[in-house]
Design a binder for this molecule. Structure first.
Ligand code: IP8
Length: 246
């Protein structure tokens, strides 16, 4: 069973302190991933690395920049985080290899993100675990703008032969107004009222955006907290299951 797993930036970094990894959380997540021997593609978010630089420079998923220094700063920060994630996974025995979106992905003038997945597929086929990340990419007529890890997850789920998607977030699932985990979501309008915005700097949107994105997937998705990562990878129930366009 091939899985695309996103490790949220808020899970693996100290989101309020620029460029700070949450070492304990990253090694715990890496150990959980290390237990699984199924084919896996990992995507991680920006946390206090990418989001900090993107926000400082006024760049987000729609607002691009023509300044190459902005692109370098955001991409460099994401590279630093990617290296830490790959190293932590390697330490846990995972055959992790970095694969970076700026070099291969782009956005069209109508903001559609295009990601050729051949190289990821080839790496998977050789038993590697590709580790991608939210990034800044060339955006036709807008310079360069942010692509979120969630968007990468969608492109990977559509471009590769994938069976399921998991989003490991800081919350134990998608929560309703009372803070209870919603077991299953099939339509956005049934949960719209319950979903608010992320409270730390996050230029790509909070849980509402994630749910909308996951509803577009051709395969089942789950949103769960770090404590359920091992269960998710083992195929056990974890957090909220999102069944949109299956
Ligand atoms: O944290 C955003 O990725 P996300 C990456 O998955 C950058 O939304 C560069 C801010």
């Amino acid at each position: 069973m091939t899985t695309v797993l996103k490790l949220g930036g808020s899970v693996i970094t100290e989101k309020e302190t620029p460029e700070t990894v949450d070492e304990a959380a990253l090694s715990a997540a890496s150990r959980a991933v290390g237990i699984s021997d199924e084919p896996l593609v990992i995507v991680h978010g920006g946390g206090s690395f990418g989001h900090h630089h993107a926000a400082t420079r006024g760049v987000d998923t729609t607002e691009g920049t023509q300044d190459a220094a902005d692109v370098r700063a955001i991409h460099r920060a994401m590279g630093a985080l990617n290296e830490r994630v790959v190293d932590a996974l390697a330490e846990a025995g995972v055959a992790a290899v970095p694969m970076r979106p700026l070099s291969v992905g782009h956005k069209t003038a109508d903001a559609a993100f295009v990601l050729p997945t051949d190289a990821v597929e080839a790496a998977l086929g050789e038993g590697f675990v590709p580790v991608l990340h939210g990034d800044v990419v060339a955006h036709a007529e807008s310079g360069a703008s942010v692509v979120s890890g969630d968007t990468l997850v969608v492109e990977l789920a559509e471009g590769l032969s994938v069976d399921r998607v998991g989003l490991c977030s800081t919350v134990p699932g998608v929560l309703d107004e009372d803070g209870t985990v919603i077991d299953r979501i099939e339509r956005f309008d049934t949960v719209a009222a319950a979903l608010g915005d992320s409270d730390a700097t996050d230029v790509t949107g909070g849980m509402a955006g994630k749910v909308r994105t996951l509803l577009d997937l051709p395969v089942p998705a789950s949103v769960f907290g770090p404590e359920a990562l091992e269960a998710f990878l083992a195929g056990d129930p974890a957090g909220t299951r999102i069944l949109g366009g299956e």
